[in-house]
Design a protein around this ligand. Structure first.
Ligand code: CUA
Length: 336
């Protein structure tokens, strides 16, 4: 190869590398990581990206060089000289990718192992998904609709679902994990930044899938402790101690899907409950019987323009009959 050609190839390689690097670096492809696990995943991402950029630059340079240098000359219809391979080149382009792909898989395996390691004393939270809400149960058995976790501590999530498959994803925390009925999947989060982050369901789970969101709040260890002990002092959420209004707006219950002005609920997945008297009249039922049936057997009568099977029985399965009665009473008393 002549010296001039080599200089041209190197120049083209540098240009292609600069263009590729600009696209990779200056476009914000990934959110700023907010957990140790995400930081390691971002590292893997950049490790693979730099390798790709190098290979892209070499391939693009050779391609452009060949297009310009070996353009057909006008009137020249002859064949090029026959070529029967190039052993050195073939060994190089087999060995180099082998080494690179092996390196990526080793880095990935290490990161995967580290990211699922919860340490000696993790904060254990049970995450229960259901159409279309998230619930977080803490070691003190308290359940909340948003997840608060302390900065710097390993958090071990155990995910499950009450109805269909959902998937837990906080973009800034990197990892995704499915919530599967009858199964317990785990996910480790070690938050590194204070703040509030969106939690998104990433498994198509029904009509309300796109609205199945919650929030993860990363608090300082002291702030978390204050919240946690404060929450512990509150009355337990079980049985009759919980007011009907709290049942309605509580984690993953009616308010997530229905609008009801007295409870300040504004869900839009199911029909509004702001005109229950008219709805009962249209269904040809007494108000109280109508409300009770709608909770216990949602598909027996479905408000026009809404579909059957959206309000699954799982919505109210965890309510005792006492709690259902309370809820019915609350809705009847506050309905217009
Ligand atoms: Cu739950 Cu999508």
């Amino acid at each position: 190869m002549r010296r001039g050609s080599l200089v041209q190839l190197i120049a083209l390689t540098l240009v292609a590398f600069a263009v590729g690097t600009a696209v990779a670096v200056f476009v914000p492809w990934m959110p700023t990581p907010a957990s140790k696990e995400a930081g390691r995943i971002w590292f893997t991402y950049w490790f693979a990206t730099w390798i790709c950029l190098g290979i892209f630059a070499i391939v693009a340079a050779v391609l452009v060089y060949s297009l310009l240098k070996f353009r057909v000359k006008e009137g020249d219809l002859s064949d090029g000289p026959p070529v029967h391979g190039h052993t050195t080149l073939e060994i190089v382009w087999t060995a180099v990718p082998f080494v690179l792909v092996t390196a990526i898989s080793i880095v990935s395996a290490i990161v995967l192992a580290q990211d699922s390691h919860a340490g000696k004393n993790p904060l254990k939270i049970t995450v229960t998904a259901q159409q279309f809400a998230w619930k977080f149960t803490y070691p003190n058995k308290q359940t909340h609709g948003i997840m608060r976790i302390p900065k710097g501590r390993h958090v071990l999530l155990t995910l499950t679902s009450n109805d269909v498959i959902h998937s837990f994803w906080v973009p800034q925390m990197g990892q995704k994990q499915d919530a599967v009925p009858g199964q317990k999947n785990t996910l480790v989060i070690t938050p590194t930044r204070l703040g509030t982050y969106p939690l998104i369901c990433t498994e198509l789970c029904g009509l309300g899938h796109s609205l199945m969101r919650s929030t993860v709040m990363v608090l300082s260890p002291a702030g978390y402790k204050a919240w946690y002990t404060g929450a512990e002092a509150a009355p337990p959420p079980s049985g009759g101690a919980k007011s009907a209004a709290a049942l309605f707006t509580g984690a993953g219950t009616c308010g997530a899907c229905h609008t009801f002005a007295p409870a300040k609920a504004a869900g839009t997945i199911g029909p509004s409950l702001d005109h229950l008297k008219a709805d009962a009249a249209r269904a040809g039922q007494a108000l109280e019987a109508y409300v009770k049936q709608s909770i216990e057997d949602p598909d027996a009568y479905v408000t026009p323009t809404y579909k059957k099977g959206v309000m699954s029985a799982s919505c109210c399965k965890q309510l005792s009959s006492d709690q259902v009665d309370k809820l019915v009473q609350y809705l009847v008393e506050n309905s217009k």
